[in-house]
Design a protein around this ligand. Structure first.
Ligand code: ADP
Length: 198
């Protein structure tokens, strides 16, 4: 079983890579950004609440996000495992995830962080904004706000899982296939969770 957190700043290519990883390993893809956009599209109370934060480039409050994620986990049961894309984005979300998975007799097995510098990210997101239909991709100030939220609130999640020896960085610059191969290698190298392999 693989329970992968696909990690990295906005615009680092998580969604693109998740599609291929899902096919290769037959996993279920859970993207909190997509879940929020679905709720917004259906004008649900959750969507209306989330939209205010997303439009401003801010994280949606933890209790809203954690509740939505737990709901999704309850409604999807894949023995091969999951790719979490865009979750957890805070230490509180990581702790809640660990508890949720423990209750279900499983745990996070890998965190792979796509490494891309801020200038490249802004360039990519502004380019994506031309076709994505996402308002939060079109305004540079909002994009920079999202990067700031990532640096402040999300990047510590890497260290949270690094304590368990399961965090890895992958160079996120290059051709899509090339980056996929790096992720594939990171996923298939045996994970060491015993003292002896150190
Ligand atoms: P990107 O990775 O390009 O930022 P996402 O689709 O993952 O795009 O996220 C879009 C927005 O949705 C975020 O800026 C944030 O407002 C909200 N969001 C997504 N996931 C989370 C989360 N785990 N916690 C809080 N807010 C989230």
């Amino acid at each position: 079983m693989i329970n992968l957190i696909l990690f990295g700043p906005p615009g680092s290519g998580k969604g693109t890579q998740a599609k291929t990883i899902v096919e290769k390993f037959d996993l279920t893809h859970i993207s909190t950004g997509d879940l929020f956009r679905y709720e917004i599209g259906n004008k649900t109370p959750l969507g209306i609440k989330a939209k205010k934060y997303m439009d401003d480039g801010l994280l949606v409050p933890d209790e809203v996000t954690i509740g939505m994620l737990e709901n999704k986990l309850d409604n999807s049961n894949n023995p091969n495992g999951y790719i979490l894309d865009g979750f957890p984005r805070t230490i509180a979300q990581a702790s809640a995830l660990d508890a949720m998975l423990k209750e279900r007799g499983t745990k996070v097995t890998h965190l792979i962080a796509l490494d891309v510098d801020d200038n490249e990210i802004v360039k990519r997101i502004m380019e994506r904004g031309k076709t994505s239909g996402r308002a939060d991709d079109r305004n540079e100030e909002i994009v920079r706000q999202r990067i700031e939220q990532y640096n402040e609130l999300t990047s510590p999640v890497y260290g949270h899982y690094d304590k368990f020896g399961i965090s890895k960085k992958v160079d996120g610059i290059g051709e899509i296939d090339e980056i996929f191969n790096r992720i594939y290698d990171a996923l298939t190298v045996p994970v060491c969770d015993s003292q002896e392999c150190n």
